[in-house]
Design a protein around this ligand. Structure first.
Ligand code: XMP
Length: 305
């Protein structure tokens, strides 16, 4: 475990020294890693740092508003509404790796625009230790590691948390007084709800994933999962009222983990599962089936793509 106060003082001084009078940017996703890195860097260089939050349209319910409120104290915060551009870029893309690639590319384009506008020489990133390990192993292309620096010609990359584990980052976040909503936030993948939707990402499937995830997060909060969410798997037959329908199959996933590298599916009581099923099928006319994923990691991954 790190001594958080010492860590913060040390990193703030390091960032100040490295960035000097120059400008810096950070892609702020609202996740605990980028939020903590942004808060550290903002403490170091203030409005010389432009935190950029790209609203990809692949976010969870209410997420953009929460970010706006939480980081309201940073005058330089930029919120980019890129929902339509992301959905257009994703039209007819079904291959998981291509999907990640398209999202990564679009993200870079959005980010690059702001980096150029603000004349930023430094890129701050919330990379943590497990990100570096998984990237080295190329298990999956992580869009928040390694992609950005190649495109924009930054003078330096600042990664204040590169040696920390997730639970240590949370401690630093708490010490920085980041609201609980951030410090205790479940990890959420950079490509957002898109990696929880099999096949093409459409507005309709996004709506199902977003609303169902909201139900799952509410219902399973008491289990204190590392991550709990809903994914849209495909379509299957069901009966609603007097009609047979071809509706979406929603998979509920809830896992325990220390760092996301391995995970265990949580044992959830039947009543809670039934309540989740009934809320999801009740609120979404186009969902005909809800299943619970009992697979650990390995052999499955936490996300679906
Ligand atoms: P998997 O699905 O590989 O996920 O078991 C392990 C952890 O990483 C998160 N994840 C990502 N985070 N960008 C991210 O920032 C990504 O592309 C990405 N893919 C997966 C996932 O939510 C889990 O916590």
């Amino acid at each position: 475990m790190v001594n958080t106060d010492e860590f913060i003082d040390e990193k703030v001084a390091e960032i100040r020294e490295e960035v000097g009078d120059a400008n810096a940017v950070i892609a702020l996703s609202g996740g605990v890693d980028s939020s903590t890195a942004a808060a550290l860097a903002y403490e170091a260089v203030g409005d010389q740092l432009t935190p950029v939050y790209v609203d990809t349209g692949l976010m969870r319910k209410g997420e953009t508003d929460e970010i706006r409120e939480t980081f309201d104290y940073m005058d330089s915060l930029r919120i980019v509404d890129a929902k339509e551009r992301f959905l257009d870029a994703l039209a007819s893309v079904t291959d998981p790796e291509e999907k990640r690639h398209v999202i990564g590319e679009q993200f870079i384009r959005e980010f690059e625009t702001v980096a150029e506008e603000t004349d930023a020489d430094y890129l701050v990133q919330g990379t943590i230790y497990p990100d570096r390990i998984e990237s080295e192993g190329t298990i999956k292309s992580h869009h928040n590691v390694g992609g950005l620096p190649d495109v924009v010609d930054f003078e330096g990359i600042v990664e204040p948390m590169r040696d920390l584990y997730k639970d240590e980052v949370r401690e630093v976040a708490r010490a920085l007084d980041l609201e609980e909503i951030i410090s205790e936030r479940m990890p959420f993948p950079g490509p957002g709800l898109a990696v929880r939707i099999l096949g093409e990402v459409t507005d309709e499937k996004l709506e199902v994933a977003r609303e169902a995830t909201h139900v799952v997060e509410e219902e399973l909060a008491e289990y204190d999962p590392w991550q709990a969410f809903a994914a849209v798997l495909g379509k299957a037959t069901g009966v609603k009222g007097d009609n047979r329908v071809h509706g979406y199959v929603v998979s509920v996933r809830s896992v325990e983990s220390r760092d996301g590298m391995t995970a265990r599916a949580q044992e959830i009581d039947w009543e809670t599962l039934q309540r989740i099923q009934s809320r999801i099928t009740g609120q979404n006319d186009n969902v005909s089936r809800v299943v619970y994923d009992v697979t650990h990691k390995p052999p499955a991954t936490i996300e679906y793509e």
